[in-house]
Design a protein around this ligand. Structure first.
Ligand SMILES: [Zn+2]
Length: 145
């Protein structure tokens, strides 16, 4: 589990789900890495924009949000494994009883919260259930041929 400090340090990259990938072995890195641990200097690491789809590996329901009374509780924090491979900690916006291990999710851009009187607003990537994404894609044609 990532520490809280690490979580916030990685917010910049998390903002747009920007990572990197190694052209030599095809590994994906999120948070982005400048050096492929497998290939070392023979690897060529380039920026990569993740698709934002993946599935829930594990999750926890958070019932308290200290110091932030505007926070909606409970909320759900999950480890998401992106389809490209890397895992990250993020909030999943859904009913607490809805989430389960293996649930398909997709990234959305949401406000993370406000801080103090300055009204600094943090934005970042959160996830929603993937089947909440496409209302028309699953529609079954009623006409028969
Ligand atoms: Zn590599």
């Amino acid at each position: 589990m990532a520490s809280t400090a690490k979580f916030w340090r990685e917010q910049a990259a998390r903002y747009n789900l920007e990572g990197t990938r190694c052209l030599n072995c095809g590994s994906f890195f999120f948070p982005p890495r400048a050096l492929c641990p497998k290939c070392r200097r023979s690897g060529e690491v380039v920026p990569y924009q993740f698709k934002g789809t993946g599935e829930v590996v594990t999750y926890t329901i958070v019932h308290q949000a200290p110091g932030n009374r505007s926070r909606q509780i409970p909320y759900t924090l999950a480890i998401i494994r992106l389809d490209e491979g890397p895992q990250l900690l993020s909030e999943v916006i859904c009913e607490p009883e809805q989430i389960h291990v293996g649930m398909r999710v997709r990234a959305v851009f949401r406000r993370l919260g406000e801080e103090g009187e300055e009204g600094i607003i943090y934005y970042g990537t959160k996830f929603v259930p993937a089947d909440a994404a496409s209302p028309s894609a699953s529609a079954t044609p009623t006409s028969q041929t």
